[in-house]
Design a protein around this ligand. Structure first.
Ligand SMILES: NC(=O)c1ccc[n+]([C@@H]2O[C@H](COP(=O)([O-])OP(=O)(O)OC[C@H]3O[C@@H](n4cnc5c(N)ncnc54)[C@H](OP(=O)(O)O)[C@@H]3O)[C@@H](O)[C@H]2O)c1
Length: 244
């Protein structure tokens, strides 16, 4: 890769919310951004918005629940670009039938894990051969402060009142994957970090979040653009390191 070649980034769940904003900010930083979308029409509509802003983006069909789309996405990125420099694992869900451990619907818990953990894990494995071809690969797992065991265990933390057994544990599992992957990929020059966007107004929470998507995208964008001497295997929000 020459220094003038644009870096290639894939953002999952980029047709709306924080993912769309991460895509926008990465494109503004000069990256060639691919919007991952499980419904291509929604991805195309989001891409049009960004193209109208003068940003260079593409769309990739990517459904975390469908391994065939993950394989096809990797193949199409390989054909078009030969590598991937940045993977932002942003796509994620909540479920209204989630709740405290004694009440959460197991169907909801499994559904959440299928997307937030297993799907994200599988998408990462699918993209790894392309990331290994980058001279400076970056993986950003969009986690949540709700996934922090330390914050859940602190009765004085705001997070202690959000007992979502499925969602919170899915993000804790993603945090563990972050640490393990970072260690395994250290020699490959691929940095892997987890980002907590903070409570952000999106469809995920009925727009009750207190931050804008521009604020919610800050931590993930910073980790996606890390220089070679940046950290790996960490958990960060916009203000800095978060406790695991
Ligand atoms: N908003 C917050 O306060 C907050 C706080 C902490 C962490 N987060 C995390 O931030 C990330 C983005 O959330 P958001 O608030 O921007 O939510 P959002 O507006 O609901 O967007 C979620 C995105 O994920 C996509 N998605 C869902 N399931 C998918 C699947 N199986 N395959 C591919 N894409 C899928 C959605 O696609 P469709 O449009 O097709 O459904 C959508 O593009 C999530 O990981 C979330 O857990 C959010």
């Amino acid at each position: 890769m020459t220094s003038s070649a644009p870096r290639i980034a894939l953002v999952t769940g980029a047709n709306k919310g924080i993912g769309l904003e991460i895509a926008r900010q990465l494109a503004r930083s000069g990256l060639r951004v691919l919007l991952g979308a499980r419904q291509v029409a929604l991805g195309e509509a989001a891409a049009l918005l960004l193209k109208d802003e003068g940003l260079e983006v593409g769309v990739v069909h990517l459904d975390l629940g469908r391994a065939d789309t993950l394989r096809a996405a990797a193949e199409s990125i390989h054909r078009a670009h030969g590598r991937l420099d940045v993977l932002v694992n942003n796509a994620g869900i909540t479920d209204p039938a989630d709740g405290p451990p004694t009440q959460a619907s197991m169907t909801a818990v499994r559904r959440i894990f299928d997307t937030n953990f297993f799907g994200t894990f599988e998408a990462t494995q699918a993209m790894l051969p392309l990331l290994r071809k980058s001279s400076a690969g970056r993986i950003v797992n969009v986690s949540s402060g709700l996934g922090s065991i330390a914050l859940n265990a602190d009765p004085n933390s705001l997070f202690a009142s959000y007992r979502l057994a499925g969602y919170n544990t899915s993000k804790t599992a993603l945090n563990m994957l972050t640490v393990q992957l970072a260690a395994e990929l250290a020699d490959a020059g691929i940095k892997v970090n987890a980002a907590d966007p903070g409570y952000t107004a999106t469809d995920l929470n009925g727009h009750r979040g207190t931050q804008t998507v521009a604020e919610g995208a800050v931590a993930a964008v910073r980790l996606a653009l890390l220089p070679d001497d940046g950290p790996s295997g960490g958990f960060f929000n916009a203000a800095g390191p978060q406790p695991w």
